[in-house]
Design a binder for this molecule. Structure first.
Ligand code: BEZ
Ligand code: FE
Length: 290
């Protein structure tokens, strides 16, 4: 193997992959080489441009820490996270649509009783979230696990304001009651810019893009016998709904933020008059895989 040029090097690299550990490793390696070589042949980078590309990826890795995942941001802002999500969640249209997990999910959030107030430190407008979890035949799913998290009224997640377990705020776990219901109190989240003080921010600037996500509340929903759903509920009228920097918005996930005028919500929960309400019915798909 020698004398490589731009016409024969792609095939030479493909031919070197016969010893891959598994057929899947070979398939992925071959596709990587084919697409990467095609990309380079299309853009014909100067050596300075290729060095800049490698420096960009190096800075992306160096920016990562326990609380900052720049590679997830890169995947999100290039639409790759939503593409992977779509490929892996080809569920019926009548089940709840999925969207990106994002970098602010924390596995060990505290378990709260239904109805709890989950915002300890935040100011902001009072919010009541009322949810129902059903199967695709309309039966309530009792005991489903709800993991929920959202930004504060200034657009910051707890982990951006502070570090450590005691910093956890505006995130919680609940279980649905026998009727498949859950509800909790918090503050209305704001739209926010994704962290843009690193390489991904530089990329967005260079591409003439803003870094904002429309206001939303995150949910991860799971129950035995059902597919786990990772999703958000977006608040209508947000100026960024049509230009979400991570391409995560779906019409079916947008809901009206209504104002409760009296002392009780439509679901019968006691609130301060003027509390904002997000109400959403989630439908979990039956499990299709082991
Ligand atoms: C989020 O919604 O938390 C998020 C998603 C993708 C990138 C940054 C933040
Ligand atoms: Fe978010």
């Amino acid at each position: 193997m020698r004398n490589f040029d731009e016409d024969n090097i792609t095939q030479a690299v493909l031919d070197s992959l016969g010893g891959c550990a598994t057929p899947r490793t070979r398939q992925i390696s071959e596709a990587l080489v084919r697409h990467l070589h095609a990309f380079v042949k299309e853009i014909e980078p100067s050596e300075a441009e290729w060095a800049a590309a490698i420096a960009f990826l190096t800075r992306t890795g160096q920016m990562c820490s326990d609380t900052r995942q720049e590679f997830i941001l890169l995947s999100d802002t290039l639409g790759v996270s939503m593409l992977v999500d779509a490929i892996n969640h080809r569920f019926d249209e009548d089940t709840t649509q999925t969207t990106v997990l994002g970098p602010f999910y924390v596995e060990e959030a505290e378990h709260f009783p239904i109805g709890a107030h989950i915002s300890r430190k935040s100011d902001g407008l009072a919010l009541l979230v009322e949810g129902t979890i059903e199967d695709s035949r309309g039966n309530p799913i009792a005991g489903a696990l709800i993991e929920t998290w959202h930004a504060d009224d200034r657009g910051f997640y707890d982990v951006q304001r502070d570090t450590g377990k005691s910093a956890l705020d505006m995130r919680a776990r609940f279980r649905t009651d026998q009727a498949g219901h859950f509800w909790y109190r918090s503050v209305v989240p704001a739209a926010y810019p994704i962290p843009n003080d690193g390489p991904v921010g530089e990329m967005l600037d260079a591409q003439g893009r803003h870094p904002f996500r429309p206001a939303h509340v995150h949910f991860k929903l799971s129950a035995p016998g059902f597919e786990t759903i990772v999703t958000h509920v977006f608040i209508d009228d947000d100026p960024y709904l049509d230009s979400d920097v991570v391409f995560g918005v779906k019409d079916a996930l947008i809901t009206k933020l209504s104002r409760i005028e009296g002392c009780a919500s439509p679901g019968g929960h006691e609130v301060e008059p003027g509390t904002s309400l997000i109400a959403y019915r989630f439908v979990l798909p039956d499990k299709t895989r082991n």
